[in-house]
Design a protein around this ligand. Structure first.
Ligand code: PAF
Length: 305
């Protein structure tokens, strides 16, 4: 299955490398020349625990080198999804399947403006990965990945893609309620990402601070109420336990939002806590803690620490 991974950040590079390592035909596409050049010259170096390995794979900044994909995996930042999918439109034909494993809400809408919903698959993954420098990532573990078809009905090809990901070492299940899956992860991200971005702590350190755990609980309670008001069924009743388990599984990871703040980049706060607050307003559910997190992180973005 010819796979194009769009976005060669930490997660895009990790997913591309795992697929390449398990013998698939993969190419990474990104406009970040430094990352692409480093991967082409030296391979992608993956640090994990005390180990280090190099995965040889193709990467390009040149759209003309891509051709048509059987599977196109979107792993750009949520605010870039619309532009990215339009950019790679020439790689998508009537048989191409498009999979988003991005954080936050809004990615499916952006993708289905360009690709028919019957070709789109969405999901979430709890893997923690950090880009250390061009061509070098750190994989800090992770839990299960869930994927499912956007247009419910035939899930046979979702099973085929889950098999591909399982073969690449990503423990993946097909889950038909994609909205519930995305909101479950979104609410967990809402509790982990801003708290790490504001404090500078790794995911696991949140578990050792009772003040942060209290804030985490409040963020989760608001998120659950907003999901319920929208009629969204979360796939976990125990959101606090689930979120703590994601922190434990990615203990050493600096969250994507912390890395964005450290690097002076825009964060995904609007697609995560900002989305909880916006939907809360629409459904008249108070979300003071998520609103506070959104404002604090926006302020950090402005400061470009
Ligand atoms: O955004 C992230 O960093 C990740 O979704 C997660 C799972 C919180 C790991 O750091």
């Amino acid at each position: 299955m010819k796979t194009i991974v769009v976005g060669a950040g930490a997660m895009g590079s990790l997913v591309g490398a795992l697929l390449a390592e398990s013998g698939n035909d993969v190419i990474l596409y990104d406009i970040a020349k430094e990352q692409v050049d480093a991967i082409n010259e030296h391979g992608l170096v993956i640090e994990q625990g005390d180990g280090r390995r190099t995965v040889k794979m193709k990467a390009t900044t040149d759209l003309n080198r891509l051709g048509t994909a059987d599977l196109l995996v979107v792993l750009v930042k949520s605010y870039d999804t619309g532009a990215a999918i339009l950019g790679v439109k020439s790689c998508i034909d009537a048989h191409t399947k498009v999979l988003t494993l991005q954080n936050g809400e809004g990615n499916i809408d952006a993708i289905t403006k360009v690709v028919p919903p019957r070709q789109v698959l969405a999901g979430v993954t709890s893997h923690g990965a950090m880009l250390l420098r061009p061509g070098v990532i750190r994989h800090n573990g992770g839990a299960r990945t869930f994927i499912g078809p956007v247009d419910k009905g035939d899930d046979s090809w979702a099973k085929e893609i889950a098999q591909l990901l399982n073969g690449a070492g990503m423990d993946t299940r097909v889950f038909l309620d994609i909205t519930g899956t995305i909101w479950t992860k979104l609410i967990a991200n809402a509790a982990i990402n801003p708290l790490t971005a504001i404090t500078g702590l790794c995911n696991g350190a949140l578990l050792e601070d009772e003040n942060l755990l209290k804030l985490m609980e409040s963020i989760l309670e608001e998120g659950k109420a907003v999901a319920e008001a929208q009629g969204i069924k979360l796939f976990r009743d125990d959101m606090f336990e689930y979120t703590k388990s994601v922190c434990a599984a990615t203990r050493e990871n600096k969250s994507s939002m912390l890395m964005d703040v450290v690097k002076g980049r825009r964060t995904e706060i609007d697609a995560i806590n900002g989305m909880v607050a916006m939907r809360g307003q629409r459904y008249q559910v108070p979300t003071p803690v998520n609103t506070c997190m959104t404002r604090l992180v926006r302020s950090l973005e402005k400061g470009k620490r």
